[in-house]
Design a protein around this ligand. Structure first.
Ligand code: APR
Length: 312
């Protein structure tokens, strides 16, 4: 089918499979689901299963399972989940050395086969992985972003809506910083239909929700024995959709900073506009002193990770 966009998913595990189905349901384009040769059968099997669901549900999207990078040639969007997920007791940082090697090989192939794609990285530890992707591909910062803030903000919104007893549609939150326990939920920009959440919800309860959000990934790992995969996929699909459909949505994402918020040569979660040119703008908002100092702590944690990665 000509003129369809092409979305390449590197990693056909839990998040990869969910990404494929969400992309197909939104008819964002045709999907290529790639994994290592040992898992080619899984990629092909998932692709077939989902194609059959598309036939049943009436969505036009081809989904191809493969282990051959030639199949991602010319992709418009590449979403990377390749790597190992967290097991109970493991921090995202424990994953660094394993997933770094994987990211380097994936990035080399993406550079070769999809040189014009917008690349969205999900693999953890996110900020170090997306930094490595940019370093190896040499792509401009407009075309290499990390998915974290969308998910962390959604987690916070979900808890807020539940606590306030209102529709989640009316809740808006912004979680910035690195994707780890030092993330920064910005209470000053958290609202319920424009009303600051601090006016509607007690401070103690808000603080508890901030803590729960920061440990939101770990909560799910503890329950399921592996990482969350539905909401992470939704986060990346909202970014891909904003790019492919030119929506210019403002989404908290890991972006390469060149002086914004006072930081350089680092990936960190900040609000960005995603449109036809990719990461079109880092939106600089005023932060409270408390938020600035939390961001500083978060940036230090990300820097440690990036430095550790550079030595591996
Ligand atoms: N190339 C392609 N795929 C790879 C490679 C590689 N070099 N190495 C590993 N993979 C594949 C694995 O074979 C597996 O199918 O990546 C897939 C990862 O899937 P899961 O183990 O199900 O992990 P998932 O839950 O999808 O999470 C993936 O995202 O949120 C992060 O912490 C999470 O880093 C993890 C990643």
């Amino acid at each position: 089918m000509p003129n369809r966009k092409k979305i390449a998913l590197i990693g056909a595990g839990n998040i990869g499979g969910e990404l494929a189905m969400q992309a197909a349901r939104k008819e964002l384009g045709d999907v290529v689901l790639l994994d290592i040769p040992d898992k080619e059968g899984v990629a092909k099997g998932k692709a077939l299963d989902m194609m059959q669901a598309c036939a049943l549900e009436g969505f036009d999207a081809n989904i191809l399972g493969t282990s051959n990078y030639d199949d991602i040639e010319g992709a418009d969007v590449v979403i990377v989940t390749a790597g190992v997920p967290r097991k109970p007791g493991m921090s995202r940082d424990d994953l660094l050395s394993i997933n770094l090697k994987i990211m380097r090989s994936v990035a080399g192939n993406v550079k070769d086969k999809a040189p014009d794609a917008l690349v969205i990285v999900i693999s953890n530890p996110l900020d170090a992985m997306v930094y490595e992707m940019k370093k190896v591909t040499g792509f401009p910062r407009e075309r290499v972003v990390g998915m974290a803030g969308a998910l962390d903000s959604a987690r916070f919104e979900c808890f807020l809506a539940d606590e306030a007893g209102v529709s989640v549609k009316d809740v808006s939150a912004l979680v910035l910083g690195g994707h780890g326990d030092t993330m920064v939920p910005c209470l000053s920009y958290t609202t319920i239909k424009g009303v600051p959440a601090t006016k509607v919800i007690d401070k103690d309860k808000l603080d508890a929700m901030v803590q729960r959000t920061a440990k939101g990934g770990g909560e799910i790992v503890g329950l399921m024995g592996t990482s969350a995969y539905v909401a992470p996929a939704s986060g990346a699909i909202s970014m891909a959709e904003s790019y492919l459909r030119g929506q210019r949505r403002m989404i908290a994402c890991a972006a390469f900073l060149e002086g914004e918020y006072g930081y350089k040569d680092i990936y960190m979660g900040v609000p960005i506009l995603i449109g036809p040119a990719g990461m079109e703008k880092v939106v600089e908002i005023e932060l409270s002193d408390g938020e600035k100092s939390m961001l500083e702590t978060s940036a230090a944690a990300v820097r440690d990770l990036i430095e550790a990665a550079a030595k591996l």
